[in-house]
Design a binder for this molecule. Structure first.
Ligand SMILES: NC(=O)C1=CN([C@@H]2O[C@H](COP(=O)(O)OP(=O)(O)OC[C@H]3O[C@@H](n4cnc5c(N)ncnc54)[C@H](OP(=O)(O)O)[C@@H]3O)[C@@H](O)[C@H]2O)C=CC1
Ligand SMILES: Cc1cn([C@H]2C[C@H](O)[C@@H](COP(=O)(O)OP(=O)(O)O[C@H]3O[C@@H](C)C(=O)[C@@H](O)[C@H]3O)O2)c(=O)[nH]c1=O
Ligand SMILES: [Mg+2]
Length: 298
């Protein structure tokens, strides 16, 4: 089976390129400039050249605050690109795994979101991702849309690396403590995708196509996430900033963010047997990788 990974330079794309794929999978990863989701011709060229049976779209415009002032760019990459890609996949009969976000929801539900809950994005990034999902659903019958949340990895830009940088620079910082969700390691997303790929390869006529939620197990807040990162920083480097829990209202940003980002993963477990590890255990593994990369302080 030929597998084409788009966005191979991002957090999830990078994790996909080092993941353990089923026997018989030939995986090619592409990044810009080879494929630019804002350039439909480059999508067609990549699909024609690599003749994929499965495409994994790990590209996205992910700058949540900047998307408020760059709405067109966000929609070009998160809606129009996936729409064109879905058409190219449908024309070839290729399957498409597309990644989406908790930010398609408004966060007002007092419980974890299930896949059929109504979407109601509260920011431009979320609206652009929601539109991308809708385009994939409408165009590519053989699709799996995976909604995930709070993604981090040793490779790439994310909250974990921001906290480590700020924790080394500052004696104190404030982190919002009233947004609830689950951090998700890019490696855990890649592991789920390779499992879904094995099913597509092995039983192509018996795949439960559709939309699924995939996050680290358990839940926390951004503050709780930061606390665990700083416990480790303290053990490794003997330095720990004071972290003040604050309300969302006390951390003004251009984009609004949902208060509840929790996603219920039952459907994915039932359909594909995916059981992601506890978020804190996966965080520890990524911190292992980050601290082993850092030369010891002298
Ligand atoms: N990060 C998060 O917290 C979350 C992410 N997601 C979703 O997960 C998926 C993967 O995100 P993640 O790996 O974290 O994101 P990153 O920001 O780490 O990576 C995004 C990738 O998209 C690529 N990209 C951006 N614009 C284009 C374009 N015009 N054409 C081609 N490639 C482009 C980037 O390439 P380049 O290196 O050239 O910029 C990069 O490889 C996305 O669908 C995202 O919406 C969902 C929930 C949370
Ligand atoms: C840096 C920082 C952030 N925050 C807050 C802001 C925000 O509410 C939260 C996380 O900050 P971030 O900038 O990482 O958040 P953000 O970029 O919005 O993260 C989101 O990215 C997109 C792509 C997704 O799809 C989402 O699932 C989610 O992961 O922490 C603090 O309270 N203190 C700080 O010092
Ligand atoms: Mg961000």
């Amino acid at each position: 089976m030929n597998i084409l990974v788009l966005g191979a330079s991002g957090q999830v794309g990078h994790a996909l390129m080092r993941a353990c794929w089923p026997d018989g999978a030939r995986v090619v990863g592409l990044a810009r400039p080879a494929v630019d989701l804002a350039d439909p011709d480059s999508i067609d060229r990549a699909v024609a050249e690599h003749a994929p049976d499965l495409v994994v779209n790990a590209t996205a415009y992910t700058a949540v605050d900047k998307a408020e002032s760059e709405r067109e760019a966000a929609f070009a990459i998160n809606r129009d690109g996936p729409a064109h890609l879905a058409a190219a996949c449908a024309a070839r009969g290729a399957a498409l795994i597309h990644i989406s976000t908790d930010y398609v929801f408004d966060g007002t539900k007092p419980a974890p979101y299930v896949e059929d809950d109504p979407v109601a994005p509260v920011n431009a990034y979320g609206a652009s991702k929601e539109a991308g999902e809708a385009a994939v659903r409408a165009t590519a019958p053989r699709h799996v849309i995976l909604r995930t949340s709070w993604v981090y990895a040793a490779h790439g830009a994310n909250f974990v690396k921001t906290m480590l940088r700020l924790g080394r620079e500052r004696a104190e910082l404030s982190v919002v403590a009233d947004q609830t969700g689950a951090p998700t390691s890019a490696d855990d997303i890649a592991a789920a995708i390779t499992r879904i790929a094995a099913r597509i390869q092995g039983q192509p006529d018996d795949v439960p196509w559709g939309t699924y939620h995939l996050t680290g197990a358990g839940e926390t807040t951004w503050f709780g996430f930061a606390e665990r990162i700083f416990e480790r920083l303290a053990r490794e480097e003997g330095r720990r900033p004071a972290v003040k829990p604050i309300a969302t209202a006390d951390y003004p940003t251009p984009a609004r963010r949902p208060i509840n980002s929790r996603l219920d993963g039952s459907r994915l477990r039932a359909a594909f047997g995916v059981e992601p590890p506890d978020w804190a255990d996966s965080l520890d593994r990524v911190l292992d990788e980050l601290f082993s990369q850092r030369p010891p302080a002298t």
